[in-house]
Design a protein around this ligand. Structure first.
Ligand code: ZN
Length: 445
């Protein structure tokens, strides 16, 4: 038989570990994983030598903002950034777009806005807000991968938070369909208004107790209903123990953290540097170390970007006021390099990276064809140089707006090529997306 593509690497990152292998692709899928030197008939052949081959990453936390706030970010720009960063599937958050994805009609609007302009595959989260309980089942059947809710003000008026009783009743409904609820877990009663240029004051306004109180509510509601719940963007490392306890007790709870919590520490953030603002906030060095341990111990399941951009005038007001700035960090293109830069110093491996940033998020989102180099999976692959360092130049970012706290930072690890279903996405010389947008819109499962 003649394969459409064979990619060989002496460091192929497979679910069972890294080894020399040849990945044979037929049509859109991985048809065989053979030994590195195996003689295989192929229409196209790529030999990476010692350059590692990773599964394409799955980023389950991306705010695309289209339609409605396309000037913040859009499907074309977000998915180009994803491709350049080795991410082959993104899962779009249900808020910040207009309308928010809280009804089947809104999901239809999303799909129409995304059609034909995605460079990587896109799946969609639905939203659970007060008053849309009647839409959850239809949204689930329409293919969303799960539902997001907030427990405090989301930052946009069209996506209000659930009260504790609503959280419980939504989880009860979702348990009946075995659907996942992902929760922005901060408790509004523990959050103070912030203003001014001092980053420390901003961090103090959203203390670990806000995350702890909210996660307690989620754990209690998940325990009472048997539903699956997931904590997005965990920042407060003191909550790792509670999550570990809930998991040990058989509660169906998972958690993610984000590259910026693993890379930055609050002590290094200059006054007025609102590009570092996100909610919950980046905390101190000790917290960062404890978050890493939670990840290494398997309590935190995955690392995803929470890519949440906005126009520069909203992100970086001239006042430098943390109260006025939009909370969200754009990092879709840089997440892999940022996490690897810190992970390699801790002695972690590419296997860890593939688990945290590809396999675990794919499992979370219920996308069995994604996140692994294995027979039957989509041929989503990334050639990654783990030794190459580079200085982040915002001008080279594909995000709609180049504002990023990583500007000027030296990161280690660079994507050389990304394949989506066997199709190479990047120009080999420039590393920028090339050709046509061939991404598909995915349904759950
Ligand atoms: Zn988010």
């Amino acid at each position: 038989m003649t394969y459409d593509l064979v990619v060989r690497s002496r460091r192929t990152v497979l679910p069972e570990g890294t080894r020399a292998a040849a990945v044979a692709v037929s049509g859109v899928s991985i048809a065989a994983v053979e030994s590195y030197g195996e003689r295989l008939d192929a229409a196209r052949e790529v030999d990476l030598g010692t350059l590692p081959l990773l599964p394409g990453l799955v980023d389950t936390h991306v705010h695309v903002n289209e339609p409605g706030r396309t000037e913040w970010e859009g499907f074309a720009t977000a998915t180009r950034a994803a491709a350049a960063g080795g991410v082959t599937t993104i899962c779009d958050m249900p808020l910040n777009s207009l309308p928010p994805t809280t009804s089947v009609a809104a999901l239809r609007d999303k799909r129409a806005a995304a059609a034909g302009k995605c460079w990587v595959d896109v799946a969609f989260w639905g939203g659970a807000v007060p008053g849309n309980a009647g839409s959850l089942s239809a949204l689930h059947q329409a293919g969303v991968i799960g539902f997001k809710c907030f427990l405090l003000d989301s930052g946009v008026p069209e996506f209000p938070p659930l009260a504790a009783a609503e959280l419980r009743s939504v989880l009860g409904s979702l348990a009946a369909m075995d659907a996942l609820l992902i929760v922005h877990a901060e408790d509004g009663s523990q959050v103070a208004a912030a203003s001014g240029r001092d980053f420390g004051s901003f961090v103090a306004s959203r203390p670990p107790a806000a995350e702890r109180r909210a996660i307690e509510k989620v754990v209690a509601a998940a325990a009472a209903t048997g539903a699956r719940a997931h904590i997005v963007h965990l920042s407060a490392a003191e909550c790792v123990a509670m999550i570990a306890g809930a998991k040990a007790a058989g509660i169906r709870l998972t958690a993610e953290t984000c590259p910026h919590y693993l890379f930055f520490a609050s002590e290094e953030v200059p006054d007025g540097a609102t590009e570092f603002k996100c909610c919950p906030p980046i905390r101190n060095t000790a917290n960062r170390g404890a978050l890493w341990r939670g990840l290494e111990d398997g309590i935190i399941d995955c690392v995803v970007s929470d890519h949440s951009p906005c126009p520069p005038e909203l992100k970086s007001p001239r006042s430098g006021d943390f109260g006025a700035a939009w909370g969200g960090i754009a990092s879709l293109q840089l997440g892999l390099s940022a996490v690897w830069t810190a992970a390699r110093r801790r002695g972690r491996t590419l296997d860890d990276l593939a688990r945290w940033m590809a396999a675990a998020p794919a499992a979370l989102a219920g996308l069995p064809a994604k996140g692994r180099i294995a027979v039957g999976c989509d041929a989503d692959l990334a050639a990654f140089d783990p030794e190459e360092s580079f200085v982040v130049d915002p001008a080279r970012l594909e995000h709609r707006h180049p504002v990023t706290p990583y500007a000027g930072r030296t990161l280690t690890g660079r994507i050389r090529q990304t394949w989506l279903r066997g199709i190479p996405l990047l120009d080999a010389d420039s590393g920028t997306p090339d050709g046509e947008p061939v991404g598909r819109l995915l349904d759950r499962g």
